[in-house]
Ligand binder design. Structure first.
Ligand SMILES: C[S@@+](CC[C@H](N)C(=O)[O-])C[C@H]1O[C@@H](n2cnc3c(N)ncnc32)[C@H](O)[C@@H]1O
Length: 197
């Protein structure tokens, strides 16, 4: 199996957004997966987090980017075992670039020294746990200039309140309009980012 096989695989015909293709309603759209891969290649992150492993589509595209860069580790969190994702990672030879974390993101314990370069938020869509997750991972551990990619921002109803969780003075926002919603935030340099000097 290769990533090209994944692009070519049949996708759900009645997907909610006719412009996009996805394997099923829970998996990330192919077009978003390509974007994740490109961001990893261009941005060269070393510490990458995914919340919500599910069938492993985001996992393998993020990890393939790290493998092609030659460096980095993806920690992927899910409350379920995600056996299929583990198999796909092995099949694609990506096991040196992925660490599976089993448990709820709200219970995850991160070392204080943890410095995240890129995070893909794609687990719990309920506002309270999602807010807790974003505070724990992005607000406290995303490095300056790091990227936080929030999938299903419409499903979670998060779009309107995102600025309350990730203050606009610290995070820029780029919105991709789609049925499920996708937002990319970047942590900006505080104080120095907008000066004229
Ligand atoms: C939308 S799917 C993830 C899709 C995957 N990232 C992809 O790229 O195809 C959401 C996953 O989040 C997991 N999940 C839901 N709530 C969670 C929580 N509180 N902590 C960890 N995982 C959670 C679910 O078990 C499910 O597998």
């Amino acid at each position: 199996m290769s990533l090209q096989d994944l692009i070519d695989m049949p996708t759900k015909e009645e997907y909610t957004d006719k412009r996009l293709r996805a394997y099923d309603d829970g998996s990330t759209e192919m077009e978003t997966l390509l974007l994740l891969y490109a961001l990893v290649r261009r941005f060269k992150p070393v510490t990458v987090i995914e919340t919500g492993t599910y069938k492993g589509f985001g996992t393998v595209w993020l990890a393939q980017g790290l493998k092609d860069n030659g460096v980095g580790m993806l920690w992927t969190y899910d409350k379920d075992e995600c056996a299929g994702a583990r198999e796909m990672v092995q099949e694609l030879g990506l096991q040196d670039y992925v660490t599976f974390e089993h448990g709820k993101t709200q219970d995850a314990v991160l070392p204080s020294s943890c410095n995240i370069d890129l995070i893909f938020h794609d687990a719990d869509k309920n506002p309270d746990p999602l807010k807790q997750e974003m505070m724990k991972f992005t607000l406290h551990h995303l490095r300056v200039e790091g990227l936080a990619i929030i999938h299903d921002a419409n499903k979670s109803g998060l779009l309107g309140t995102l600025g309350e969780i990730l203050p606009v003075t610290e995070f820029t926002q780029l919105n991709f309009t789609s049925a499920r919603g996708l937002v990319i935030c970047q942590r900006i340099l505080k104080d120095t980012a907008w000066t004229n000097e």
